[in-house]
Design a protein around this ligand. Structure first.
Ligand SMILES: Cc1ncc(COP(=O)(O)O)c(C=O)c1O
Length: 442
């Protein structure tokens, strides 16, 4: 075969990168799409920057998984040391799996005291649903529209986003019931009216119980990710969790995107709503890109799984994975990244709002901390989504050295979720590039 990785990192002709893309199309299932029409070949990164093989440096405003930033030395050293020493699985007795479990439960309210370790967000959501089924002996689940929770059978069943799957709403299994996306910008209820989403969802849950199919669980992101980083209406989770518990269901919080300090104001998204879930799922940031996920719940809910047999995941909670989890939590704390998300995120949001005064296309700036969304509309009254414009703006931003992609069911929102080490300089660079594109065209 051909040498692999030879000359990696050296300047290379464009033709070689194009040929590599061709080989990707031949060997790698194309439903695993790639960003950009003409993607730069990126083989290196440092903090909130990415470097392509021609030496071009990009500002990474997109990689929410990489909370600590790219090329993190302490994380890399910890992984290296552990790989040299030992990697087994959680059926063995060793310290790191205990320490990681304790660190997770300590970060959560009392009662959320028991941890399962898995490898991804999809697995975490799948397991959370199975825990709800085992605990309640029921199967019906209430999910929220315009949401993404994963690709496994159960996590896909509760994923309703038509951006991820155009047939999503028509193809839900009969046990999945959806409630309206609590989108206060362009949903059925807007602005102050958005307080009606909570009671409406609560009524739906009571209705399911009345007709003999009380839900095992209500599942949603505690801060609305897929729609572009929008807070839920005040009181929403309080009302919906109360309705779910009143009919004996469990409340599941999917923290896969919003948890781990990204919101700046809170470490966990549900804290912003003043509620405590029964089951929390986390992944992405937890491993800074290493496959790591967790489900944290109450002891009696975890014990209910025994009726399904034992639980084992070959790599979930392995010594290497546990060391990664601990190193990420150490770095988040030592580098004060949640505080940085609050500071730089607040600064960035202000600057983006100022841009909205000069550029009609910006309909709204959503979000909190470094979980922001700039929504583009063709008309600020009709809110007609500027979908094609958003795609073109992202392509042009790439030419200007910024990595950005659209999100939401209408693909008209910039998905601003950079590594939490973003600096004010980095934020300024992003605003300048966006201002340039909106001023001079895309
Ligand atoms: C809210 C949410 N839940 C679950 C998942 C699935 O996580 P994973 O891709 O690690 O399987 C995602 C991934 O995008 C997500 O955003």
């Amino acid at each position: 075969g051909e040498p692999v990785g030879e000359g990696e990192g050296e300047a290379r002709p464009a033709a070689a990168d194009a040929e590599l893309l061709e080989r990707r199309e031949q060997s790698f299932a194309t439903v695993q799409e790639h960003y950009f029409e003409e993607p730069p070949r990126i083989e290196r990164g440092w903090r909130h920057h990415l470097v392509d093989t021609r030496g071009r440096v990009y500002l990474d405003m997109l990689n929410n998984v990489t909370v600590l930033g790219h090329g993190h030395p302490a994380l890399s050293d910890a992984v290296h040391r552990q790989w040299r020493r030992l990697n087994t699985n959680s059926r063995f007795h060793y310290a790191s799996v205990v320490e990681l479990s304790e660190r997770l439960t300590r970060s959560l309210p009392d009662g959320l005291d028991t941890v399962f370790l898995v490898n991804s967000g999809s697995e975490a959501v799948d397991l959370a649903l199975r825990l709800a089924w085992a605990t309640t002996g029921r199967q019906d689940v209430v999910a929220v529209e315009e949401a993404y929770h994963g690709w496994t059978y159960a996590s896909d069943a509760v994923s309703t986003s038509i951006a991820d799957n155009p047939g999503a709403l028509a193809s839900r299994p009969p046990w999945v019931h959806t409630v309206a996306a609590p989108n206060s910008y362009r949903g059925r209820y807007r602005g102050a009216e958005a307080r009606r989403y909570g009671p409406e969802a609560a009524e739906r849950i009571a209705g399911l119980a009345a007709r003999g199919t009380p839900p095992a669980a209500f599942l949603c992101e505690p801060f609305y990710g897929n729609a572009g980083g929008m807070p839920l209406p005040d009181g929403y989770l309080e009302q919906v969790y109360a309705a779910t518990r009143a009919v004996g269901g469990l409340c599941l919080a999917d923290e896969v995107q919003v948890g781990y300090g990204r919101l700046g104001t809170h470490f966990w998204g549900f804290e912003q709503q003043g509620v405590v879930p029964d089951v929390v799922t986390v992944a992405k940031a937890m491993g800074n890109g290493h496959p790591l996920g967790a489900v944290i719940t109450r002891r009696e809910i975890a014990e209910a799984y025994r009726s399904q047999g034992y639980f084992f995941s070959s790599a979930g909670g392995s010594p290497v994975s546990s060391v990664v989890g601990l190193a990420v939590l150490d770095a988040l704390r030592d580098e004060e990244l949640q505080a940085n998300a609050l500071d730089v995120g607040g600064y960035l949001k202000d600057r983006l709002r100022q841009l909205a005064h000069r550029h009609e296309l910006i309909g709204a700036v959503h979000g909190s901390g470094l979980y922001l969304g700039v929504e583009f509309v063709r008309d600020r009254t009709t809110l007609e989504p500027a979908t094609e414009e958003t795609a073109a703006i992202c392509e042009r931003l790439r030419e200007l050295g910024v990595i950005m992609q659209p999100t939401s069911d209408r693909q008209c929102v910039l998905k601003i979720k950079p590594p939490l080490c973003l600096t004010r300089d980095g934020a300024d660079g992003f605003v300048a590039a966006l201002d340039d594109v909106l001023t001079h065209g895309w």
